[in-house]
Every structure is written in C-alpha cells, then in structure tokens.
Design a protein around this ligand. Structure first.
Ligand code: 5GP
Length: 190
C-alpha cells in the first residue's frame, strides 16, 4: 500500500452503543472518515450503495477476495460476506483523513495486527452483561431466543477485549463519547 495514515477501530458486542458513539465522533471536527465496508447481502430498506455499504453480488465479492483486494473479509453469516477493501482505506488516507471502522471483533483485531503501529483499537463494553440484557429487551426488536444468542456471543466477544488498546465502558453515553474523543485527539497528535 502507498503512504499510510492512521486507523481507528471500534468493535463491540451488539447493543453496547458502538454505532451511536462512532456516528457522534464523525460529526466532530477530528479529521475522521468512516470506512464503508463491502457486503454481499441485499440492501435493507433505506440503505444506500456507497454510503452504508458497497453492495456486491456474492460472485463479485469472491472475485475481489481472490484478487487480493481486501484487507480483511469474513463470511459473517452463510453466503453473507463482509470485508474492508484496500481501495477504501487508500481513498481516505489520500484525503489526509483518519480511517474509522465499525466492524466486528475478529475483523477489528485483524486490522490491528496488520497495522499495529498506526492503529488505535477501541473495544466498547457495556457496563455488564445484565445491563446488555436490559438494553436488548428494552429495544423490543428481538425474540427471547435471539436475545439469548446475542448475549452468549457478547460473552465470547468480551473475552477478546483484552487484545484491544483501550476498553471504553459505555455506562453514560455522553461521558463515553467525550472519553473517546479525547483518546482520538491524543492518538492523532502522537
Ligand atoms: P449487518 O448485516 O447487520 O449490517 O452487519 C452484520 C455484521 O457484519 C456486523 O457484526 C458487522 O460488524 C459486520 N461487518 C460489517 N462490515 C464488516 C467488515 O468490513 N468486516 C468484517 N469483518 N465484519 C464486518
């Protein structure tokens, strides 16, 4: 890859408030730009190609993977591939911006491994698994069975938090957002 800039990874179990934190940080004047992933699933209602994801057919996705066009990719669900294109990261660095990722724990650690000197990896942690249960139940979007699945997955994901540079506890959203912002300012100045 050409000249490298910086990267910031946010990973977290579902329901920990990661996406809200990332969206807030992107509105601040920190020189951050969101890395749009490629995905082989169909767009959901309201999702826009080139904004939410680069939506590819499974064949296109596989061809790009075979050509080595991804920094990392995973089959998150059967036949649903997700990945970070090298061209996306280059596009953002070219503008002098810092790349921000909102991806799963494995993908996040994969990025960290490849760019250990210029990546800040942040794990967003709910105050407790019990609190996560309250939030997921409060959302009312998931069946009881799905909630149990997500909680089991969350426990597994939390076990990886020790491999991240920073664990951000999201107890109070505003406090967590400000803490993340201060962390980023320090990291970019370094
Ligand atoms: P969704 O289909 O709900 O948008 O995303 C499903 C999962 O794919 C989420 O856990 C999300 O973090 C993960 N994901 C999204 N983009 C990427 C990516 O570029 N790489 C990896 N490894 N996972 C991703």
């Amino acid at each position: 890859m050409k000249k490298q800039g910086k990267l910031i990874v946010f990973s977290a179990p579902s329901g920990s408030g990661k996406t809200t934190i990332v969206k807030n940080l992107l509105t601040r004047d920190l020189g951050l730009e969101f890395s749009i992933s490629a995905a082989s699933r169909k767009p959901r209602e309201g999702e826009v190609n080139g904004k939410d994801y680069y939506f590819l057919s499974p064949e296109d996705f596989k061809n790009k993977a075979d050509n080595g066009e991804f920094l990392e990719w995973e089959e998150v669900y059967t036949d649903n591939y997700y990945g970070t294109l090298k061209s996306e990261v280059e596009r953002i660095w070219e503008k002098g911006n810092t790349v921000v990722f909102d991806i799963d724990v494995i993908g996040g650690l994969n990025i960290k491994k490849q760019f250990s000197n210029n990546t800040l990896a942040v794990f967003v942690k709910p105050p407790s698994v019990e609190e996560l249960r309250v939030r997921l139940e409060g959302r009312g979007t998931e069946t009881a069975e799905k909630i149990e699945m997500r909680l089991a997955k969350a426990e597994e994901e939390i076990s990886y938090s020790k491999d991240f540079d920073y664990v951000l506890i999201n107890d109070n959203l505003e406090v967590a957002q400000n803490e993340a912002s201060e962390l980023i300012v320090k990291f970019i100045e370094k």
